[in-house]
Ligand binder design. Structure first.
Ligand code: SF4
Length: 312
């Protein structure tokens, strides 16, 4: 394996639905804001994911720099925004794998890729290298779901657990809050491919980590309960009520960059209850429903060496 792999996919990058066509190998940057280098914010043990994802000893999470979606309320804005002033740490594949291996050696039982959609070629070589080094651990793809279905298909042999969001069932909301014209259609196609690969079953290994399956996350946004109800309807009708859902209440208005009044306040109990009620009404029975007091507890600080430690 070469130290600096050359990915022809970056010559005219179309690896995510933005399809910018820029030459990242020549240093050009598309909407995601990254050239061809492996730019990483942090590789850390993380205990704050869903219980079988974090497992008993945490997951070795690779937080990639920047993002292909650019949500106006992103809690990881320090590393995800194209306007942030840093590209983080530029790693070779070997250095990234060394860091991951160090965490695995110290007890982490899985590897997670966070916001990986603009780094898919790197995800493949990292998975191959970690496996080549003799580690037999699950690999988790933690995505905003703005992914091309063909990329999800190609990742089948690399990814064990899909951890996608389903943010919007309303096209206009995706356009307004994440600057994409087609979030619901694109995300649903990606989710259907993940579901084709994994179905409803979430398999937990003997170490307490999910080793195969799909968990769909949905963050409930204040003032947009209709969107959340439609998200649940869509999953129920287009996928299955047997799928694992992670409903999240942790929206934090402090990160919102915009003018909409309802997004400048936290979610309230009444709004969240309506969504939880719908979850049960539709017949969902697997997954996790975050407590309402989660607000303010899930705010990483990527300027710290251990971004999550002060918030848990
Ligand atoms: S990965 Fe980045 S450069 Fe490539 S198509 Fe997506 S947003 Fe554009």
């Amino acid at each position: 394996m070469s130290t600096h792999p050359y990915f022809t996919e970056f010559d005219a990058c179309r690896i995510c639905p933005r399809k910018c066509g820029v030459n990242r190998n020549q240093g050009r940057r598309g909407t995601c804001g990254l050239d061809a280098r492996l730019a990483v914010a942090s590789i850390v043990r993380h205990r704050g994911e869903e219980p079988p994802v974090s497992g008993p000893n945490g997951i070795a999470n690779v937080f990639f720099m920047h993002c292909n979606l650019q949500c106006a309320y992103c809690q990881n804005f320090q590393i995800s925004s194209t306007t942030c002033s840093t590209d983080g740490f530029i790693f070779t594949v070997e250095q990234a794998c060394d860091e991951i291996a160090r965490l695995l050696d110290s007890g982490c039982g899985a590897v997670g890729f966070v916001s990986p959609s603009h780094y898919i070629p790197y995800v493949k070589v990292i998975v191959s290298e970690i496996r080549h080094r003799g580690y037999n651990v699950p690999f988790v793809y933690n995505t905003n779901a703005y992914d091309l279905v063909e990329q999800i298909r190609d990742l089948e042999e690399y990814i064990d657990v899909w951890l996608p969001d389903f943010k919007y069932a309303q096209t206009d909301l995706g356009r307004k809050l994440s600057r994409v014209p087609d979030y619901p259609q694109v995300a649903l196609s990606a989710l259907k491919e993940m579901y084709r690969q994994k179905g409803n079953t979430l398999i937990i290994n003997e170490h307490g980590y999910a080793e195969s399956g799909i968990i769909i996350r949905h963050l409930v946004l204040p003032g947009h309960i209709d969107n959340s109800l439609q998200v649940l309807d869509t999953i129920a009708w287009e996928l299955s009520t047997g799928i694992h859902i992670s409903l999240m209440s942790q929206y934090n208005p402090a990160f919102y960059q915009g003018e909409e009044i309802s997004l400048k306040r936290p979610l309230n109990f009444h709004e969240y209850s309506e969504v939880v009620e719908k979850f049960h009404e539709l017949g969902f029975y697997r997954g996790w429903i975050q407590d309402m007091d989660s607000f303010g507890h899930y705010n990483p600080d990527f300027e710290q060496e251990h971004p999550f430690e002060t918030t848990k």
